[in-house]
Design a protein around this ligand. Structure first.
Ligand code: SF4
Length: 230
């Protein structure tokens, strides 16, 4: 079946200022608040977050992984998560090269830290937009989808990232996102992964023992891998 690729290069976004202040531990009446708001205005004028995704149809499944579009992915967790589906949606989302250059212009001080947090807020908006786009255009149920990201778990290591990019195709041309030799994405404020239909409330975090992670979305379940994926 043909693989359809969708490029989203005009993603609207709005930064949640109270949430940003909370992240930066700044009060609204703080002297620094005005400086942060000025940076938000700059970023809002310059920002061009982008996303790309495709529809991948599964060719084969075995104990250790799956193949789609002629590309084999090795991950037991992915294999089990995709057990009941025949397709999934590989994606890349980025805050964009424009904001990356803007943030770099602030060097390495406090303003740079704020600029990085602003980029993260914009990336979050863009990710939600891309997720909603996939759901709305593929007859999916918003409450019945889950996401996996290469590199989040040992089971699906970051070294699988080039295959994900290959499966999507034209990622750099469409979004400006490229991979380093160690498979990290540049700009760094980018996310890659697969979205799939699932009624299991899957979250990478349930399988990830990392302590004190600020991005944790679900508690670690120490026996989940043994129970469900082994
Ligand atoms: S706990 Fe943190 S590092 Fe682990 S999967 Fe969740 S967000 Fe990623």
């Amino acid at each position: 079946m043909d693989q359809k690729t969708v490029i989203l290069d005009k993603i609207p976004f709005e930064i949640d200022i109270p949430r940003l202040f909370e992240r930066l531990r700044i009060e609204e009446d703080d002297d620094m608040a005005e400086d942060v708001v000025a940076l938000v205005k700059e970023a809002s004028g310059l920002g061009r977050p982008k996303g790309i995704y495709s529809t991948a149809y599964i060719d084969e499944k075995d104990d250790c992984g799956i193949a789609a579009g002629g590309i084999r992915f090795v991950s037991r967790v992915m294999r089990v998560n995709l057990d009941k589906v025949h397709r999934f949606f590989p994606f890349v989302v980025t805050a964009g090269v424009e904001l990356d250059q803007w943030a770099r212009s602030y060097g390495s001080g406090l303003e740079r830290y704020w600029a990085d947090c602003i980029q993260e807020a914009i990336l979050r908006c863009a990710s939600e937009y891309v997720r909603s786009h996939i759901v709305a255009n593929n007859s999916l149920d918003a409450g019945g989808v889950a996401v996996m990201n290469p590199g989040s778990l040992q089971d699906w290591p970051i070294s699988e990232q080039p295959k994900l990019f290959e499966l999507i195709g034209n990622v750099k041309e469409a979004t400006g996102v490229e991979l380093t030799d160690s498979f990290l994405m540049l700009p760094v404020k980018s996310i890659s992964g697969i979205l799939f239909a699932s009624d299991s409330n899957y979250e990478n975090c349930r399988l990830c023992p990392r302590e004190n992670c600020p991005g944790r979305r679900a508690p670690y379940d120490a026996t989940l891998y043994e129970r469900k994926y082994k």
